[in-house]
Write a protein of this length. Structure first.
Length: 404
């Protein structure tokens, strides 16, 4: 695995200027090796639904080896001369499928290099700056009948979507996977929701589908999964975000594990034990709600009536054990990333997705400056990223009650 610290100073220049030919790993992206593969050129491939194959860019993959939809980097093809006089940068899109029969072959759609493809190559999954730059450069060319993402919808659009899809998708877990996918690409903005324009502490809007942070992404997704109309979704969102649905700053479920999970127990439960078994570790934290409210500017008279300090012990699955529990993940779980920072349990949130080929993905609103949107990361890759953190030490898993 190649891993580097991202520097955001070059993000916009990359997006504007496009990808330049290079035969090295970009210093502002993460690369995860997928192994060695045989490479052939094919005049016909089976594209993923909604995608158009691009010559010399689309690769057909075995979905049990490489997750479909991924941006890939093949260093052996960076700098390859193409017949139109251009130079290839080594980046490809896994937008087509081969049979999942265990072989290690990849097929490039209509390779147009001056030289034939090398027989054996090493393939890397790419995240960060270069993933985003590649998608930005070619999306208009490869997307067909692109479904409108949630962040581009107005109330009427969402109302129509909820009424039609929730009649077809009965499982709440499957709805969570579906609506979280419709949220991919939503721009990241921390603390984007509040109590409305007249609120004395946080006058941000009570709903905003155009921007999300890690928590509001999960809240929006859960609210859409529980509702069959825009109005019902809005009401569900407020009931998810606030204890008893009371829209006040001191009633908001600020703390994921201490507030958000227990106050939503009517349709969520802590599934960490059933997933992690004997791999769990305990952590005890003191949640200082009064101190948090005072820092936010809540008057002492209101703080005195609000929830007080609480010491709680939680159980989480440590990072070192996370890859071993992948077979127990069903998809649709909501994840809390556990932190060693004092006063909080959860440092981040996301959603587990299991695709039709059995691949598990961590979908989240990324605050990384090189991504800064809702994105997918292969679960194993995210665990590897997590293992480099000194303060993020594991995960807590929540599941929906299917008959909520």
């Amino acid at each position: 695995m190649h891993s580097v610290t991202r520097n955001t100073l070059i993000v916009f220049s990359l997006l504007v200027a496009g990808l330049s030919a290079q035969n090295h790993f970009d210093a502002n992206s993460d690369y995860f090796e997928r192994g060695g593969f045989s490479l052939v050129s094919s005049g016909a491939v089976t594209p993923l639904e909604g995608y158009r194959p691009l010559p010399s860019r689309t690769i057909a993959v075995n979905p049990q080896k490489i997750i479909p939809g991924a941006v890939l980097y093949i260093p052996q093809l960076a700098g390859a001369q193409l017949t139109d006089g251009s130079v290839h940068d080594g980046y490809f899109f896994a937008h087509a499928l081969m049979s999942a029969d265990g072989n290690n072959e990849l097929a490039v759609y209509r390779w147009q290099g001056v030289k034939p493809l090398p027989g054996k190559v090493t393939v890397y999954r790419v995240y960060g700056v270069m993933e985003k730059a590649a998608r930005t450069r070619f999306e208009l060319s490869y997307r067909v009948n692109r479904p409108k993402p949630v962040y581009e919808m107005v109330a009427g659009d969402l109302d129509t979507l909820l009424q039609s899809r929730n009649k077809k998708i009965k499982s709440l877990s499957e709805r969570i996977e579906y609506y979280s996918a419709r949220g991919k690409g939503t721009p990241y903005a921390i603390y984007n929701l509040g109590e409305g324009a007249d609120a004395p502490i946080d006058p941000d809007p009570t709903i905003d589908l155009a921007r999300v942070d890690c928590m509001t992404f999960c809240e929006n997704t859960l609210a859409m999964s529980l509702a069959d109309s825009y109005k019902a979704m809005y009401d569900s969102l407020q009931n998810i975000r606030y204890k008893n649905g009371t829209i006040e700053y001191t009633h908001r479920n600020h703390y994921t594990i201490a507030d958000w999970l227990p106050n939503n127990s009517r349709f969520l439960y802590d599934a960490t034990g059933e997933i992690g078994g004997n791999k769990l570790k305990p952590m005890t934290k003191t949640i200082d709600r009064p101190g948090f409210y005072k820092k936010a500017g809540v008057p002492d008279s209101i703080v005195a009536r609000a929830a007080g300090r609480e010491t709680l012990t939680v159980h989480y699955i440590p990072t070192a054990a996370l890859k071993s529990i992948i077979p127990r993940l069903k998809g649709g779980e909501i994840v809390s990333i556990v932190s060693t920072f004092p006063g909080i349990v959860s440092a981040h949130m996301g959603i587990i997705v299991r695709d039709e080929w059995g691949n598990v993905t961590f979908r989240h609103a990324s605050s990384s400056k090189s991504t800064h949107e809702v994105t997918d990361v292969r679960f194993e890759d995210y665990v590897d990223m997590l293992s480099r953190s000194k303060t993020r030490v594991g995960m807590i898993f929540m599941r929906v009650r299917e008959h909520s």
